[in-house]
Design a protein around this ligand. Structure first.
Ligand SMILES: [Zn+2]
Length: 581
């Protein structure tokens, strides 16, 4: 069996030592590291962190030739085992790569495990070598022989499975629960002492049970065991889905605190993240775009369907918090309104459809810059609104269907496997009792705004549109800090700020002769008239610019949603079916 021995070589230098053993290698054996990690659609070229190669067969040194940025060729004798050893520099604090310090370790196989080309379908083993004193290991990979701390040997059925099981290493908090008979483990690294682990376990269990029921009713889910790995940091947010685990990052202050009764916005965000990544266990890890049925680790793998796999997952992550009883309907509507305002606040929604944005994820969504709000629409946020619009459309079609039926039909028909947009269109047709091709064309492949206010009204939800914050209305995205001042991050397309000549990178010093500390206060207090004189610094030079604030009056929007008091008849029935109230 192909095996990787993974050892902590030097935590202070952030180095792992990997020793790969390949029995019966090819005479010209190619070995390559993935350039991306599935679930995070960007070429990251992990191989740039590899060094110190040493290849041998028995006592014979094997010649190793580098072929390109990520591939090596070993000239071998086919009878003896190839033993290849190398160092991996690991200091990436995200969930997408590998990390090692004196406090903690984390790795994905895509960062550490060279792919033995031609042998991907064989079983792959992992042996965890010596770890610093007191460290434990957590992973969802099948353990072959491990001690109480998780040190020992693990096995995956093939290379895809090997790199789909990240490992968390260190002195972490550990808890467990069962959801519909399936054991779940939750490890948390870096939490403050006042962290309420039992609360986190209880709330996560409710999410997991709601999602298992969503897909399978009382039947078992398609995994034997599941592991949540959460790294609590000073500031951060993110997650990456895997077939039987997820790696999460959250701010420490967002974890539940002992004796905390209220649900903080930060904790709701964390529960939403847990719900999101867990939902992916079905939607993208098993049900997946047909283009990703076979993963090509050497290049971009384009699909137009991330609006479905990320967007619909984003729709259900918060909705399932409501169904699990963790948030109420008003809180849920607040989250929906925030998403609507985010989408309407980005001119990029008129430049790109969510299908295009999915395809371009590799070079746009994942490589954001100052022009991103103008050129790109998020397939997460707009995709979740497409799901909302389709759900309400199906529910109002009088066919007793919902988007839930669409998800379950897709799961049933594909056997939890690859699907295409035609499959989605068919499942929508079946649930609504009529074709929704026209809606898909407009909402997924078009750039016009979704008819959400009308759909929500028909579902017993009132919407109120107040003036957007002033900075949004004049077309500015800024960062504000006591030391850095007001820095322009983005200037929105067609806005008053753009007409005034402001550029990303400008520092805003003063408005109408007054020093600016917070841009929204400054513009509201200092520039209520038709025009304002701005003082800005660009590349060391002070500029005076004229801002026409009158033209900004109607720009942007700020929706709030609420349960309509007078909802009755069909609208009330629809709302009860959808939100339970
Ligand atoms: Zn996601």
């Amino acid at each position: 069996m192909i095996t990787y021995r993974i050892a902590v070589a030097d935590p202070n230098a952030h180095l792992y030592r990997v020793t790969l053993k390949v029995p019966r290698p090819a005479p010209e054996q190619r070995l390559s590291l993935p350039v991306w990690i599935p679930g995070s659609y960007m070429v990251r070229e992990f191989a740039r962190h590899l060094s110190g190669f040493d290849a041998k067969q028995g006592t014979r040194t094997v010649a190793l030739q580098q072929l390109d940025k990520t591939t090596w060729l070993a000239r071998c004798e086919s009878t003896a085992t190839l033993e290849l050893s190398y160092l991996v520099y690991a200091f990436d604090t995200s969930v997408r790569a590998a990390f090692l310090s004196s406090e903690r370790g984390f790795f994905n196989g895509t960062s550490l495990c060279l792919r033995v080309e031609g042998r991907e379908a064989e079983p792959h083993g992992v042996e965890l070598g010596a770890l610093p004193r007191g460290w434990q290991a957590a992973t969802a990979m099948r353990a072959v022989q491990v001690d109480a701390n998780g040190r020992g040997s693990y096995e995956a059925a093939d290379y895809d499975e090997l790199v789909d099981h990240p490992f968390e290493l260190g002195r972490f908090w550990r808890g467990s629960f069962t959801a519909h008979g399936v054991p779940h483990e939750f490890v948390v690294a870096g939490a403050w002492p006042g962290f309420d682990g039992e609360r986190l376990l209880a709330d996560s269990k409710r999410i997991c049970e709601a999602e298992i029921e969503f897909w399978h009713g009382r039947k078992k889910p398609p995994f034997e065991r599941y592991v949540f790995m959460l790294n609590a940091v000073d500031d951060g947010y993110g997650g990456l889905e895997h077939r039987a685990s997820t790696a999460l990052i959250a701010a420490r202050r967002d974890l539940p605190r002992a004796n905390q009764k209220e649900l903080s916005d930060g904790y709701v965000t964390l529960l939403g993240l847990i719900s999101h990544e867990y939902f992916h266990t079905w939607n993208v890890k098993r049900l997946k775009p047909s283009e990703l049925a076979r993963i090509d680790y050497s290049r971009e793998n384009h699909t137009e369907l991330l609006w479905f796999f990320e967007g619909f997952t984003s729709y259900y992550d918060d909705l399932l918090l409501l169904r699990a009883g963790l948030i109420d309907a008003p809180r849920y509507l607040k989250l929906v309104a925030k998403t609507i305002n985010g989408v309407l606040g980005s001119p990029g929604r008129q430049a790109q459809s969510v299908a295009q944005s999915s395809f371009d994820a590799w070079t746009r969504y994942y490589r954001q810059d100052e022009n991103t709000p103008n050129s790109t629409v998020s397939y997460y946020t707009k995709g979740s609104l497409v799901a909302l619009a389709l759900d309400l459309t199906i529910r109002s079609a009088g066919h007793h269907g919902s988007l839930d039926d669409v998800m379950r039909a897709l799961w049933g028909k594909s056997g939890g496997g690859p699907i295409t947009q035609a499959d989605i269109a068919q499942a929508l047709h079946d649930a609504a009792g009529r074709s929704l091709e026209h809606e898909l064309q407009q909402w997924v492949h078009g750039c016009e705004d979704l008819p959400l206010t009308a759909l929500l009204e028909a579902a017993g939800i009132s919407s109120k549109n107040d003036a957007a914050p002033f900075a949004q209305r004049v077309g500015l995205r800024v960062s504000e800090g006591a030391l850095t001042g007001v820095q322009v991050k983005s200037v929105l397309r067609g806005s008053a700020a753009e007409r005034a000549g402001l550029s990303p990178g400008d520092e805003l010093l003063a408005v109408n002769g007054w020093r600016v500390r917070r841009v929204d206060d400054a513009l509201q207090w200092l520039a209520p008239q038709a025009a304002a004189e701005l003082l800005a610094v660009r590349d060391g030079r002070v500029l005076t610019l004229q801002l026409d604030t009158a033209s900004a009056a109607d720009a942007g929007s700020s929706y709030t949603l609420s349960l309509a008091d007078k909802a009755a008849g069909a609208a009330l029935a629809l709302r009860r079916g959808w939100l339970g109230v």
